[in-house]
Design a protein around this ligand. Structure first.
Ligand code: ADP
Ligand code: MG
Length: 684
């Protein structure tokens, strides 16, 4: 049979319907699919050891002779055991196989085999459990670096290896070179064919690295190109260009002079808004850097131009807080703010909707309730999403659809993304960074303490409250255990109120509360009527009470670093010396190291990079990854440099060929489309 890239795998020997189905789960249908299917790991099975010299760490290959006929026995629970002793000049090795009765016949006494597995030692006796083995004179799964593939139930690596051996040479011969020769030369990248072959069957780890680097580069290069093309396309669609406005008119409304960083971002927004090409900008600023003022500026600017603006917040607490502060700020400019919450009464909703549709409310602030049917704008020109990691791209665009022409979009995030990742994580957004905090902030002092310091911690709370400050005490929520969480946070608040701080006023805030109640508690805390606020993480984002000077986090090891940084950002906002106490009973060195990182820095970007290093990119590429292609090779742990090179190269290429329309770039364009093909619609 002539094998081509289109040959269904089910036509290969040993692959029936059933296996074919299972392979499909891995995305493998035809021979050519191995072009984009990569090993997830490799095992070095090149070196062969003697029994005595074999290392006790990791797995290794041993060449030895079967000294006896394997013995099959059955033990409790129907478990089958095959045992056999093998020998070489240096000693003997006992092998045990579980539930692989075929081994009894497969290993012949007097024959020599290579065994690959982990050697264990008990006293002077060495043994191996479930090794991979084959006859020493026909090595196929030992003697080289073996690729380990992603697997699924019923598909062994052995089978995958056989398939790869049949299909990869063919795929490699047929693979198209997408990278322009000049770019390959400049960045010293291997050719496509070599990379394809080598990534499956590397003769050495050095060569594997060369191949991987090329594939990584290609993937990130195509991703950058794709995102830039998307951005370019936005250039061609048109919305409302806003007339110029006088910046001083806005700054006169602010109770403080803006920081240099805020002014710079005002400028960037200003430039975007004066063009008809809709703005699509992300403002990244650490907690407390003053993003609300930036949102206010954008809204003010749109409203000055005669349009309406909308601000979407992830929680009702936050939406209400924004409505409050923006109302105070913008009312003197004659701007009317409306609040849109799911929990508003029918009458409130009706009236707000009417005023909005009539253009009497110029700034609509709310939760996803803003997206409800019946919420209509007269002339929406700007959408601001606060703390965007809580929103999907979908929700953002649902709001945008309420505008007659594509509105300007401003997204604000306090989750610092390492700069190198921002472009990828935020797709086709332009990025502004507020890299400066308002003056007069003293960094929050952070301590990691064990359970043994609990009494001291309570005393500390007491002391700060006596000085007139307020404190947050936050408990973690365990996913999927809402009932339990609720109980524990309620019990904790109760305990504090009755036994620890009977003379103080302790409030409780949790996600299951009715929005009105939440609002009441939050307002009471903001007004200083409550001195201690016990809370789940509903206060994580955005809440602003300047008199709060202490954040205590219980079971701190359960939180991610960036999340803890967010929580810590709730204090240190009012010029009072502020503190964050991370309480943990954990003795896990990794957890403690993580918490100490937080204690050692207040730089959100550094913390994000640390988080990235510790937890891997999954956190950044997790569920908030909407509409971006899945990367197959690049994993970012070691590929940051390649990412930057690929991004630069993509920009340079687009500078010459804006739409990749030159014939010599056709294979590249096709590859870019392919990469984005799993996110249908994005490239139409
Ligand atoms: P975030 O970026 O976390 O959303 P906020 O917008 O809530 O930060 O601002 C945090 C605090 O800093 C608020 O109390 C706000 O009034 C204050 N603030 C913002 N900008 C300035 C500034 N330029 N000078 C002084 N205080 C500022
Ligand atoms: Mg904020």
């Amino acid at each position: 049979m002539e094998l081509t890239v289109n040959t269904p795998l089910t036509q290969l020997p040993g692959i029936g319907e059933a296996r074919g189905k299972k392979l499909e789960k891995l995305g493998l249908r035809q021979a050519g699919d191995f072009l984009h299917f990569f090993p997830k790991n490799y095992e070095d099975r090149r070196k062969v050891w003697t029994i005595r010299t074999a290392p006790l760490e990791g797995k290794c290959c041993i060449r030895a002779l079967a000294a006896q006929t394997p013995v099959l026995s059955r033990v409790r629970g129907g478990l089958e055991l095959v045992r056999v002793q093998v020998v070489d000049d240096s000693g003997s090795l006992w092998l045990t196989f579980f539930n692989q009765s075929y081994v009894q016949r497969a290993i012949q006494p007097g024959e020599e085999y290579i065994f690959y597995g982990a050697v264990e030692q008990m006293g002077s006796r060495r043994s191996m459990t479930n090794p991979v083995f084959e006859r020493a004179d026909r090595q196929s799964v030992t003697g080289s670096i073996i690729p380990i593939y992603p697997l699924t139930a019923g598909i062994s690596n052995h089978l995958m290896l056989q398939l790869a051996r049949q299909t990869v040479p063919l795929c490699a011969r047929q693979v198209r070179e997408t990278l322009p020769a000049s770019i390959r030369r400049e960045h010293q990248l291997a050719g496509a064919e070599y990379a394809c072959r080598t990534v499956h069957f590397p003769p050495s780890f050095e060569e594997l690295e060369v191949a991987r680097r090329r594939l990584c580069f290609e993937e990130l290069f195509c991703l950058s190109l794709g995102l830039s093309l998307l951005r370019g396309r936005r250039q061609d669609c048109s919305g409302a260009a806003l007339p110029p406005a006088c910046l001083e008119d806005f700054t006169a409304l602010l109770p403080f002079p803006p920081t240099q960083a805020q002014l710079r971002v005002f400028g960037e927004i200003d430039a975007d808004l004066s063009q008809s090409r809709p703005m699509n900008r992300l403002v990244q600023g650490d907690v407390g850097s003053g993003k609300t003022a930036v949102a206010a500026y954008a809204a003010w600017r749109a409203i000055q131009g005669g349009y309406q603006a909308a601000l979407m917040a992830p929680t009702e607490v936050l939406a209400a807080q924004h409505a409050n502060s923006l109302n105070t700020l913008l009312e003197p400019a004659g701007i009317r703010v409306g609040l849109f919450l799911g929990s508003s009464t029918a009458k409130e909703k009706r009236e707000a909707r009417k005023a909005l549709a009539a253009g009497e409310i110029q700034l609509a602030i709310g939760t996803h309730a803003l997206l409800s049917e019946g919420v209509e704008f007269q002339n929406l020109a700007l959408v601001v999403a606060d703390e965007q990691h809580r929103f999907g791209v979908g929700q953002r665009s649902a709001l945008a659809e309420k505008a007659k022409t594509p509105p300007h979009v401003l997204v604000m995030s306090a989750t610092p993304i390492p700069r190198t990742l921002a472009l990828i994580v935020y797709g086709d957004l332009d990025v502004s960074v507020i890299d400066q905090l308002p003056p007069g902030r003293t960094p929050v002092k952070t301590y990691v303490v064990g359970e043994d310091k609990r009494t001291r911690m309570y005393n500390f709370v007491q002391k700060l409250v006596a000085e007139g400050r307020q404190a947050y005490l936050v408990c973690p929520a365990v996913e999927g255990e809402e009932e339990q969480n609720l109980k524990s946070v309620k019990a904790y608040a109760q305990e504090l109120q009755t036994n620890i701080f009977p003379h103080l006023r302790v409030g409780l805030l949790h996600g299951k509360m009715r929005p009105k109640e939440k609002d009441r508690v939050m307002s009471a805390f903001a007004a200083g009527e409550l001195q201690i606020l016990v809370s789940t993480t509903v206060i994580e984002v955005g809440v602003d009470v300047p008199n709060a000077a202490l954040m205590v986090v219980e079971n701190a090891e359960r939180f991610g670093l960036s999340q803890l940084h967010q929580l810590r950002g709730r204090v240190g906002r009012g010029g009072h010396e502020s503190f964050c106490v991370l309480v943990t009973a954990s003795r896990n060195p990794d957890s403690l190291a993580r918490l100490r990182t937080l204690a050692s820095t207040t730089d959100g970007f550094r913390i994000a990079e640390e988080d990235l290093k510790l937890r891997g990119p999954g956190d950044f590429f997790g569920s908030r990854q909407h509409g971006l292609p899945q990367l197959k090779v690049a994993d970012f742990s070691g590929d940051m440099r390649v990412l930057r090179q690929a991004q630069d190269a993509a920009q340079a290429l687009l500078a010459q060929d804006r739409n990749l329309s030159r014939p010599e770039h056709a294979p590249l364009l096709e590859r870019v489309r392919e990469l984005f093909s799993e996110t249908p619609g994005i490239f139409n």
